[in-house]
Ligand binder design. Structure first.
Ligand code: SF4
Length: 99
C-alpha cells in the first residue's frame, strides 16, 4: 500500500505504479507469497483507495530494471538520455526537474 499526499484526479502516475510493483516484489521475495494487487491511498481525496492489479509481467519488469540500475551503480557507466515529453507529462518530478 502506498500513501500519497495528493488528490486523485483519475490518472495514476507510472511512478506510483512502479512503487506498488516494487513493494509487491519485496513482499514476494521476503514471504514467498504471490502478490496480485496493491493499493494507493490518496490522502487529499478523503483517503480514496485505488486497487492496482499486479501481474507477474509487472514484477519481471521491476526485477529487470533493478538489475539494470545495479549494473549502472557497479560500472558507473550512465546511458545517454533525452527528455521524453510523453514520459515527462506523467512524471511526478516534472514540476522540479531541470531537464
Ligand atoms: S520530468 Fe525530468 S525526471 Fe521526469 S521523466 Fe522528464 S526528464 Fe525525467
Amino acid at each position: 500500500m502506498g500513501y500519497k499526499f495528493a488528490e486523485f484526479k483519475g490518472e495514476i502516475y507510472d511512478t506510483y505504479l512502479t512503487q506498488i510493483y516494487c513493494y509487491s516484489l519485496l513482499i514476494k521475495e521476503n514471504t514467498g507469497r504471490d502478490v496480485n494487487r496493491g493499493y494507493l491511498v490518496y490522502t487529499r481525496s478523503k483517503n480514496k483507495l485505488v486497487e492496482i492489479p499486479v501481474t507477474s509481467v509487472d514484477l519481471e519488469k521491476v526485477e529487470k530494471t533493478a538489475g539494470e540500475i545495479l549494473e549502472l551503480v557497479e560500472t558507473g557507466i550512465l546511458p545517454d538520455t533525452k527528455a521524453n515529453i510523453k514520459k515527462c507529462n506523467l512524471c511526478t518530478y516534472s514540476n522540479i526537474c531541470v531537464k
